[in-house]
Design a protein around this ligand. Structure first.
Ligand code: HEM
Ligand code: NAG
Ligand code: NAG
Ligand code: NAG
Ligand code: NAG
Ligand code: NAG
Ligand code: NAG
Length: 354
């Protein structure tokens, strides 16, 4: 499914032209401490520095957009959008240990964020948080893959510590979860069914490793899966633990569009968590509405992303602005406050996976 670099550039150009048409106007209240114009004085070129650099990165490999979008989701669902996912030693961060479950975030996503941080701080000084850079990178990944453009509120501060492995697993929904599991997970973040279905549309770009879905193939084939689709997945993953990847959206794997929902209606969703959104009566109508109306999907996706990007954020004097996204600032006087652990949750629904 290689996309030629010329068609990627065309895509980049056309999404730039479309950007002004698609822009979601900021509406509704935002979390106190965040602002639509937070860096207007302190780093006026922030958004153009990030977007221009990501245009270069994606021209080489549009797959990196998916890695950055997923990084943002993982940051926000575990301990809030505080950049904790980036910290060396976090369950998902660059210091990931062999002994803990592999959450398959792309190593390059961390490198891209660190590189953006260096470019931004070179121009503006250490005023922009790593957590805000993650939010901007995710938004631009959507835009530069062909999706909607939208403003994001900024002013997040970076967390001083990361979540335990168990807390990470307890907060991230598993791909083999049914709609009840997924709605409960998103509901615990105050995201409703429509927002859950819209955000699941993030799977319109990117890839998955075999073990996330092979329980639908072996030992018995999931009867809700299209038979030809299943046969092709078995070729990509001859065994349950094959070290291979496949695309999440077979119709347009590198384009941010509404084809993911068309896949679901054709029983070609990759994960149980995807396909069951069409099987379950509570979410089926929402899937159909997005499959037939891309503008509706784009509007709901942008709104839900803005909401997700404000989950348990740190603002004002909380946390810090990291000088290096991978490590907490060395001389932080709030260190003692940060070592107070939050209650440890059991991995629950993930038990036995990986
Ligand atoms: C509904 C619950 C969700 C589940 C169970 C889930 C699970 C997964 C899994 C298992 C993978 C494959 C990882 C791998 O094996 O490499 C994946 C990939 C991905 N997810 Fe999700 N996810 C969910 C929601 C989201 C949301 C809300 C977003 C963003 C809005 C998102 C964006 C992505 C992207 C872009 C990829 C591709 C990453 C890449 O190519 O590196 N996911 N997801
Ligand atoms: C974990 O994921 C990383 C990054 O995707 C990969 O390089 C590494 O090989 C994986 N480790 C295991 C044990 O699967
Ligand atoms: C994490 O969860 C596992 C499995 O439920 C459990 O055995 C372990 O004790 C937990 N670890 C901590 C630190 O609570
Ligand atoms: C969904 O999954 C949960 C947890 O595995 C299970 O208890 C429940 O029965 C399932 N619900 C449906 C409708 O299949
Ligand atoms: C990986 O998947 C591709 C198809 O997606 C398949 O052609 C290839 O044989 C697979 N590789 C392995 C090692 O199974
Ligand atoms: C899995 O595949 C990747 C490349 O696709 C390779 O770098 C890695 O070494 C492989 N891991 C194993 C355990 O074979
Ligand atoms: C950031 O911290 C990591 C982890 O300590 C280190 O490997 C890396 O070199 C640091 N980067 C910079 C630019 O200092």
């Amino acid at each position: 499914m290689a996309t030629s670099s010329s068609s990627v550039s065309l895509l980049l150009i056309s999404s730039l032209l479309l950007a002004s048409l698609n822009e979601a106007k900021p509406s509704g209240p935002i979390v106190s401490g965040l602002s639509w114009t937070f860096y207007q004085k302190s780093c006026p070129n922030l958004e153009s520095i990030v977007r221009k650099q990501l245009q270069k990165v994606f021209k080489k490999d549009i797959g990196q957009a998916a890695g950055l979008l997923r990084l943002h989701f993982h940051d926000c669902f575990v301990q809030g959008c505080d950049g904790s996912v980036l910290l060396e030693g976090s369950a998902a961060g660059p210091g990931e240990q062999q002994s803990i479950p592999n959450l398959t975030l792309r190593k390059q996503a961390f490198e891209i964020i660190n590189d953006l941080r260096a470019r931004v701080h070179k121009k503006c000084g250490r005023v922009v948080s790593c957590s805000d850079i993650v939010v901007l990178a995710a938004r631009d990944s959507v835009v530069l893959s062909g999706g909607p453009d939208y403003d994001v509120p900024l002013g997040r501060r970076d967390g001083l510590g990361f979540a335990t492995v168990n807390a990470t697993l307890a907060n991230l929904p598993p791909p083999f979860g049914n709609t009840t599991v997924i709605l409960n997970s998103f509901g615990s973040k105050n995201l409703n069914a429509k927002e859950t279905v819209a955000l699941s549309g993030g799977h319109t770009i990117g890839i998955s490793h075999c073990p996330a879905f092979t329980s639908r193939l072996y030992p018995t084939q999931d009867p809700t899966m299209d038979k030809t689709f299943a046969q092709n997945l078995k070729k990509a993953c001859p065994t349950a633990n094959s070290n291979n990847t496949t695309v999440l959206d077979i119709r347009s794997p590198n384009v941010f569009d509404n084809k993911y929902y068309v896949d679901l209606m054709n029983r070609q969703g990759l994960f149980t968590s995807d396909q069951d959104l069409y099987t379950d009566k509570r979410t089926r109508g929402i899937v159909t509405s997005f499959a037939v109306d891309q503008k509706l999907f784009f509007d709901e996706f942008a709104k839900a992303m803005i909401k997700m990007s404000q989950l348990s954020v740190l603002t004002g004097n909380q946390g810090e602005v990291r000088a290096n996204c991978s490590v907490r600032n060395a001389n932080n006087e709030n260190f003692l406050a940060s070592v107070v652990e939050e209650a440890v949750e059991e991995p629950g629904v993930w038990a036995g996976f990986m």
